[in-house]
Design a protein around this ligand. Structure first.
Ligand code: PAY
Ligand code: ZN
Length: 305
C-alpha cells in the first residue's frame, strides 16, 4: 500500500507535495490538525499554516510558531519544518509535546520563490513580486518586516538580494504572516524561523548590535536547546554580533510585538555545501534538531502557561 501523499524526507519536494501532505494530515487527523489559509502569495499560491493542537478550544494554551522557507533557496528549512509536522502529528510517542502547547507551523512562507528555485534559479532568495526595475524582481522578505524597517543591512535597490521593498510589509507573504501572528500574539510565546546556512542560533536584535532587556532568558533557552544537538554544533548569540546587522527581519518584528522568545536558527551546514545541502542530510539535520522542540515546549509551559 502506498501513502496517499508524495512527501518524504529523503529528497527535497516541490510545494505541491508539501501542501498535499499538510492537506492529508488535516483530513486524516481532524481532531488534531487544522489547515489554515492565511492569504495568498504574490503569484496567488495559498499561504498554508498547520495548527497542531489536542485542545478542544485551541487558543487557551501557549503556542509555538515555526516557519521555514522565508528564503527560497534554503531548501533544508521547509524540509525540517515539515519533518516537525510529521513527528508531532504521526508519531504517538511525541504526543507529550502537545500536552502544554499548541503549534503553528508554516513550512513555506515564500512559496513563489521556493517554486522559482526549483524551476528556474536554484539560488533564488527573494519573493517574486514586480519592482520598479523591469529587470529585477522580488523583495527580501527578511528585510520587509515592520520593525526598524529600512535600517542597517538593507537596500533600496530592487536588484539587490537584500532589497527591503517599497514599505514595511509590502509583500503579501510577510503581510499575511504578520497579521496572522498578531491575531495570536497573546498565545504565541515563541517564534522560531528556520533558515540556512551556518549553524547559528540567532537572538534579536538584528537591526543593530543591541539587546532586548530579557536577552539573558533568550540566550539561556537557546543554549539549552543547542546543547541537545549531537551531530551539528550551533553557535548561539546576538544576530548582529554573530553575523551582521540586518533590519526588517522576522525575528526582530516578532520580538517587538511582545513574543518573549524569538529566534532565527541557521541550519546546516557551515559552508561545505551551503544552500545546496544534499538531501541525504535532511533526516540527520531534522532528527538532530527535533529534541529542541521538547526544550522549547517545556520552557514555554513554565514561563507563559
Ligand atoms: O536575523 O540577522 C538575522 C537574519 C540573517 C539572515 C539574513 O540575511 O536574512 C542570514 C542569512 C540567511 O539565512 O538568509 C544567511 C545566509 C547564509 C545568506 O544568505 O547569507
Ligand atoms: Zn535565510
Amino acid at each position: 500500500k502506498t501513502a496517499p501523499y508524495n512527501m518524504t524526507w529523503t529528497s527535497y519536494h516541490r510545494l505541491s507535495d508539501i501542501y498535499g501532505y499538510m492537506n492529508y494530515l488535516a483530513v486524516t487527523y481532524p481532531s488534531l490538525v487544522s489547515l489554515i489559509d492565511i492569504g495568498m502569495s504574490y503569484e496567488k499560491r495559498p499561504l498554508h499554516v498547520l495548527r497542531i493542537s489536542n485542545s478542544s478550544s485551541p487558543g487557551t494554551k501557549p503556542a509555538i510558531w515555526i516557519d521555514g522557507g522565508i528564503h527560497a533557496r534554503e531548501w533544508i528549512a521547509p524540509a525540517v519544518a515539515s519533518y516537525f509536522i510529521q513527528q508531532l502529528v504521526e508519531v504517538p510517542a511525541n504526543a507529550k509535546l502537545l500536552t502544554n502547547v499548541d503549534w503553528y507551523i508554516m513550512p513555506v512562507m515564500n512559496p513563489d520563490g521556493y517554486e522559482y528555485s526549483f524551476v528556474t534559479d536554484r539560488l533564488w532568495r527573494k519573493t517574486r513580486s514586480l519592482t520598479s526595475s523591469s529587470n529585477c524582481r522580488g523583495v527580501d522578505p527578511n528585510r520587509n518586516f515592520g520593525y526598524e524597517w529600512g535600517g542597517l543591512g538593507t537596500s533600496t535597490d530592487p536588484c539587490s538580494e537584500i532589497y527591503k521593498g517599497t514599505k514595511a510589509f509590502s509583500e503579501p507573504e510577510t503581510n499575511a504572516t504578520s497579521n496572522f501572528i498578531l491575531g495570536k500574539a497573546n498565545h504565541i510565546k515563541l517564534y522560531l524561523t528556520l533558515h540556512s546556512y551556518g549553524q547559528y542560533a540567532l537572538i534579536p536584535w538584528g537591526y543593530n548590535v543591541s539587546y532586548p532587556p530579557d536577552y539573558n532568558d533568550m540566550f539561556a533557552l537557546a543554549n539549552k536547546t543547542v546543547s541537545k544537538f549531537v551531530k551539528y554544533q550551533f553557535s548561539v548569540g546576538n544576530s548582529a554580533d554573530l553575523l551582521y546587522a540586518a533590519a526588517g527581519g522576522s525575528d526582530d518584528w516578532a520580538k517587538s510585538v511582545g513574543i518573549k522568545y524569538s529566534y532565527t536558527f541557521e541550519l546546516a551546514d557551515t559552508g561545505k555545501y551551503g544552500f545546496i545541502l544534499p538531501a541525504s542530510q535532511i533526516l540527520p539535520v531534522s532528527q538532530d534538531f527535533f529534541p529542541a522542540l521538547d526544550v522549547f515546549a517545556t520552557e514555554v509551559a513554565i514561563c507563559c502557561g
